[in-house]
Design a protein around this ligand. Structure first.
Ligand code: NAP
Length: 321
């Protein structure tokens, strides 16, 4: 992750500049949209948001993005996406959207550093990791509780960690943590994993990984840093404690769409789009995890971003014809 201290940066968002297209978010969807928009001579501006490169940039290795037979580092791929979009004329602003007015065109977007006006908008704000919302989780975040193995794994050299979740993220991150940790215990609330077959096979084969099934974490405890997790077996009701140095939580994501509430149609927090990436407001498109509860892959997000930009270009052409 590239964590930006936005207070030290100034975006050049100014009210009187009218953009053809503003891309909100800098993950694979955002940069793919920016690449296509730039090549369509739309001079896109990309607002990076708090996490340049989005969630993909936090992934250690991406093995299922075509064109990289050996896999590619998530942050490396993010940098390549950005470089390519910029090469063709996209402008990247280290700024975060804080509010939008989509009631009339041109659309207005308020940011930490200013305001933008744009004829079309591509929303690619992605999603953020879910929290367990249990006692000790918030208090010990950054002191043993983490949502990013790539960012924090190094701190757990020869230590014991637990991973909560049973999906692709949980297993991928559990396997990554075996590079550092002495043991990785995956705690899953059911007795069957949601993760895909390849990851399951790798995890079952890895001697450092073990599993606790049918179990939830009910509390994280520790004075200065994480010391234990309290567990409850959902089948037997049995409660227990497990000593651990780290708790990595990978239990799904919530789309970052709050600022579009009441302005764009949504379902379960995801922005509704049609097959052309069109939202409920003509001229506003959405791509990637903000609008995708189904696939959430780098390639599908990038594909949605490209489609959104192609449509935005068609929209402007028609609007200005
Ligand atoms: P996910 O597939 O939604 O899995 C979330 C996991 O967390 C599930 O096992 C779920 O349990 C568990 N969970 C949810 N809420 C919980 C709670 N409150 N307490 C305990 N456990 C809880 O999320 P993800 O793993 O982040 O994956 C998201 C998407 O990205 C998926 O489409 C996935 O395929 C994709 N992805 C792909 C790759 C890859 O292709 N290499 C890597 C990462 C992610 P249940 O199983 O019981 O529901």
């Amino acid at each position: 992750m590239v964590d930006l201290n936005l207070t030290n940066l100034s975006g050049s968002g100014v009210g009187d500049e009218l953009l053809d297209v503003l891309v909100i978010g800098s993950g694979p969807a955002g940069f793919a949209a920016a690449l296509y928009a730039a090549r369509a001579e739309m001079k896109p501006v990309v607002l990076t948001g708090m996490e340049l490169g989005g969630q993909a940039a936090l992934t250690y290795t991406i093995e299922n993005y075509p064109g990289f037979p050996e896999g590619v580092g998530g942050s490396e791929l993010g940098e390549l996406f950005q470089k390519q979009a910029v090469h063709f004329g996209a402008r990247v602003e280290f700024d975060t959207a804080t509010g939008v007015d989509l009631s009339a065109r041109p659309f207005k977007v308020k940011t930490e550093n200013g305001e933008y006006r744009a004829k079309s908008i591509i929303v690619s704000t992605g999603a953020s990791p879910n929290h367990l919302n249990i006692s000790g989780e918030a208090e010990l975040t950054g002191r043993g509780v983490s949502y990013c193995a790539t960012c924090d794994g190094w701190f757990f050299k020869d230590k014991k960690v637990v991973v909560v979740g049973g999906g692709d993220s949980a297993l991928e991150e559990a396997l990554f943590l075996t590079r550092y940790a002495s043991s990785v215990t995956v705690i899953h609330r059911r007795d069957e994993l949601r993760a895909g077959a390849i990851l399951q096979k790798r995890a079952f084969k890895n001697e450092k990984v073990d599993f606790i099934w049918d179990t939830i974490v009910t509390e994280v405890t520790g004075a200065e840093k994480v010391e234990k997790v309290k567990l409850e077996n959902l089948k037997t009701g049995e409660e227990s404690e497990l000593a651990t140095d780290g708790v990595f939580i990978f239990i799904g994501h919530t789309p970052n769409t709050q600022i579009f509430k009441d302005q764009l149609e949504m379902e379960d927090g995801y922005i509704k789009v049609d097959a052309l990436m069109q939202t409920s407001v003509p001229g506003v498109y959405a791509a990637g995890e903000a609008a995708d509860p189904h696939f959430r892959q780098v390639i599908t997000s990038a594909g949605m971003g490209a489609a959104a930009a192609i449509q935005a270009a068609r929209f402007l052409e028609e609007a200005e014809a």
